[in-house]
Design a protein around this ligand. Structure first.
Ligand SMILES: [Zn+2]
Length: 294
């Protein structure tokens, strides 16, 4: 179960990993907390179109339908409303009723219900900074962490289904010092312009202000990068097809950094770090349970 804040986040964080696991027969469910109603239109070709601006909720659902089909995942909406990314100084207040302002327990209960119904073994979410500081991403982190524990506790939300304990929880690590450096260097080696140029110059300062993730788990998904990119492009209003995300040729990505990366933050099974599989320790445990039952 991959918990995300908005439609499109599933395609930019861990998408190739999901596609690989789908191909290997894993039942992968994306839970999208909000409808993305306040997302800015980032595709220059689709900006300032009234027909799009007036129907953004519907359009984002259609985009999500396409991305879901490309990745082969199942996907559920948690049903909250996008908080938008507040901009300005001072920051404007968040809009009434938005996801980040809903009482925490109300959101946790909805996710607990999903967990108890779907019974995932592994969950992914964002770190406490939300991967980037969007109020919905930070809220997604808080809700996921709380729900991971509450889902197994019969005293919490007793009307939200039969308790279920997921076995592992990970943070998506989309951006890491190691990956950005590797991709930056391979671009320079090939005589190409690196989209990480500015970042590389300021990288020490950049990371001095942020938590540096621990890459406990690297899943080799080079063969699924194309599916990841296709899914992200399906969110046509939300991405610039000429943007930095698509600047590094896939063969260089294969060579320099063929994995998507995760940080293991909760585990009830044994596995050896570093891992190369989100289900390390889970498969062994399930096999043992199956043997006992036989
Ligand atoms: Zn988002």
């Amino acid at each position: 179960m991959a918990v995300h804040a908005h439609p499109d986040d599933e395609s930019s964080k861990g998408a190739a990993t999901m596609a690989r696991y789908v191909d290997e027969g894993v039942d992968v469910l994306v839970v999208t907390c909000t409808g993305g109603e306040r997302g800015s239109i980032l595709n220059p070709a689709l900006k300032h179109r009234k027909d799009i601006e007036d129907n953004i909720s519907e359009i984002r659902r259609m985009e999500m339908d396409r991305a879901r089909a490309i990745l082969g995942v199942r996907q559920h909406w948690l049903g909250f409303v996008d908080s938008g990314l507040p901009e300005g100084d001072p920051l404007p207040p968040l809009p009434e009723g938005c996801f980040a302002l809903v009482p925490l327990d109300e959101a946790v209960e909805r996710l607990v219900r999903e967990i108890r119904e779907q019974r995932p073994h592994v969950m992914t979410t964002y770190d406490e900074y939300g991967g980037y500081p969007h109020p919905d991403h930070i809220r997604t982190h808080e809700v996921s962490i709380a729900a991971f524990d509450a889902a197994a506790d019969p005293d919490r939300f007793p009307d939200a289904g039969y308790p279920w304990q997921p076995l592992k929880m990970y943070y998506d690590v989309g951006f890491s010092y190691e990956r950005a450096t590797a991709l930056h260097e391979v671009m320079l080696d090939m005589g190409l312009e690196s989209p990480y140029d500015e970042w590389f110059k300021n990288r020490e300062e950049w990371f001095s202000k942020r938590r540096r993730p621990n890459l406990t788990t690297r899943v080799n998904v080079a063969n699924w990068f194309e599916r990841r990119d296709a899914a992200l492009l399906a969110h046509a209003t939300q991405v610039d097809p000429e943007g930095w995300f698509f600047k590094i040729p896939l063969d260089l990505q294969h060579a320099a950094w063929p994995t998507e990366d995760f940080e293991l933050v909760r585990s009830l099974v044994d596995s050896t770090i570093p891992e190369d599989d989100l289900f390390a320790g889970v498969r062994e445990r399930e096999d043992a349970v199956a043997c006992e039952e036989a």
